[in-house]
Design a protein around this ligand. Sequence first.
Ligand SMILES: Cc1ncc(COP(=O)(O)O)c(C=O)c1O
Length: 386
Amino acid sequence: MKFTTRAIHAGQEPDPINGATILPIHPSSTFTQEEIGKFKGYEYSRTGNPTREALQKCLASLENGKYCRAFASGMAAASAILSLLVSGDHVIATEDIYGGTYRIFEWYRTHYNINFTYVDGSDPDNFLKVITAATKLIWIETPSNPLMQIVDIAAVAQICRDHNAFLTVDNTFATSYLQQPLKLGAQIVMYSTTKYINGHSDVVGGAAITNDIEILRALSYYQNMAGAVPSPFDCWLTLRGLKTLGIRMDRHQANARQIANILQQHRFVEKVYYPGLPKHPQHFLAKRQMKGFGGMISFRIHGGREQANRFFKNLKVFSFAESLGAVESLACYPSIMTHATIPKEKREARGITDGTIRLSVGIEDIDDLIGDLIEALEAAQREKQI
Ligand SMILES: Cc1ncc(COP(=O)(O)O)c(C=O)c1O
């Protein structure tokens, strides 16, 4: 079955007892057992829950993967993956990553003697240069948050294979609809399902998907032990959102492409970061490893914090808010929102300046989105002149 069919049906058979077409929400925390050791697959909902299992099956299927474990947030999924490490291990991560991921890496570095090296992910050789016998994990985000850098997944996967390390790809921006890291050689695909996977800004969730049974065992152990599991209701909402993932992504990226083109010609925009633009430094790599360029755009507004603030205040359709990947368009200010945990000097050295603005382009009517952005860009500079 093809992607959109699996998004609607995988893991969700009609109910065998009453025929309900739509999977029920199973809120039960416990499951009645027939006798000692005899039960119908579920004992306690931290360990396993039928609604969660359906979500896990659907997410694994969409990734062309075998196994999935769902978590209460993207960061809970990240913690589960980091639990595969032991003291003394070394991790290589791309510099341009979500601020919360950087925060958890720093926590592991300072509390658990795990060493991290950050590299510019645009060239696979940068990973080779710093890999050591202690390197156990390479962690990449592609496209990256917020500067839309593209990392060559197949090349980095090869480096991992050659050095006995495993590769985790945070696929939150692209989703399985546009990019399939397991096929390209990654061992784990990680998600903040809060974003495009759910797609409606009403759930916080996460997931890790793998084909490796040992990794599955470790993730399952951690899921049950740490207990950061999503509620059955959140799993159900995420499944409902997933059904339209393909058509939403098509619309997100059609809108984003038009907006990126307009922004790059606008006199008050200094730079646009969007892998769909031919002048993006990894445009051809993006074309090769992705099925489309997605709905995320970053840009640098002419001026700095003041102009950015006036831009945000003048938006009427876009909401000035954290998060991304939902049907409604959002604009965010990485330096004080999503990436505030990265020290200012490091952030600026990486290109996240006071003029950097990130857009999550929604699926509204494109004319309204373009009109809103242009009006806010003009107002941001006009008000300065008054
Ligand atoms: C790329 C990326 N990865 C991970 C996360 C963390 O996910 P969550 O907020 O669901 O914990 C985020 C959140 O913004 C993100 O953008």
